[in-house]
Design a protein around this ligand. Structure first.
Ligand code: HEC
Length: 176
């Protein structure tokens, strides 16, 4: 019996991987602290050729070099990946979304300034507050959570059960 139920339990785990951990330091907060004084709020001082022709791997390297040198900030590989994703969102002119905190009944995170944020649980709209680049939501009920940000004519969606931020760089990208 025990063996059978533990096998069932393993199956359930395999079918539903745990949600990725919220980011302790959101990439927009990191950017504001270490990068914005040179590159402007939300990258507004970058030229339109930011990242032109760069793969995500090359963009990651550029972000890492900047963090180590001009930025003077130590970032973990997860944080570098999130910062690269934020830059990809800037390049694509799409709103960026991140999850920085989660309890059973609340969810909070970052969004590109000037965006609206909508959160649904099983399709039902939840209460959301946005202040600057920080948003928070109270969650009621059970079911799939979806976070959607809109800014100008662009939209970004995030499933917090699958990712802690939008615009993820593919991990095993080839550069050719
Ligand atoms: C002291 C000013 C300064 C700070 C702070 C700074 N940068 Fe830069 N950054 C520059 C300059 C100047 C360039 C262009 C020349 C170069 O590539 O070295 C640049 C280039 C870049 C590029 C490449 C742009 C392209 O088109 O390829 C990226 C990406 C970048 N910075 C990201 C960051 C990030 C992320 C941070 C914060 C962790 C940061 N920078 C902090 C001055 C700064």
């Amino acid at each position: 019996m025990w063996a059978r139920s533990s096998a069932l339990c393993l199956l359930a785990l395999a079918a539903q991987p745990p949600a990725p951990k919220p980011l302790l330091r959101g990439p927009i907060a990191v950017y504001e602290q270490a990068c914005a004084r040179c590159h402007g709020p939300n990258g507004s001082f970058y030229g339109s050729d930011l990242g032109l022709g760069k793969t995500d791997a090359q963009l990651y390297k550029a972000v890492q070099a900047m963090a180590d040198n001009q930025g003077q900030i130590e970032l973990t590989s997860t944080e570098l990946e999130a910062q690269t994703a934020y830059h990809r969102a800037i390049i694509k002119r799409e709103p960026f979304l991140a999850i920085t905190g989660r309890t059973k009944s609340t969810l909070c995170g970052e969004v590109t300034k000037g965006s609206t944020v909508a959160v649904t649980v099983a399709g039902k709209p939840q209460k959301v507050r946005v202040e600057g680049f920080v948003w928070s939501a109270t969650l009621e009920g059970e079911g799939t959570v979806r976070v959607t940000a809109k800014r100008k004519n662009a939209q970004t969606q995030l499933d917090p059960a699958k990712a802690a931020h939008s615009h993820p760089p593919p991990r095993l990208e080839r550069t050719n």
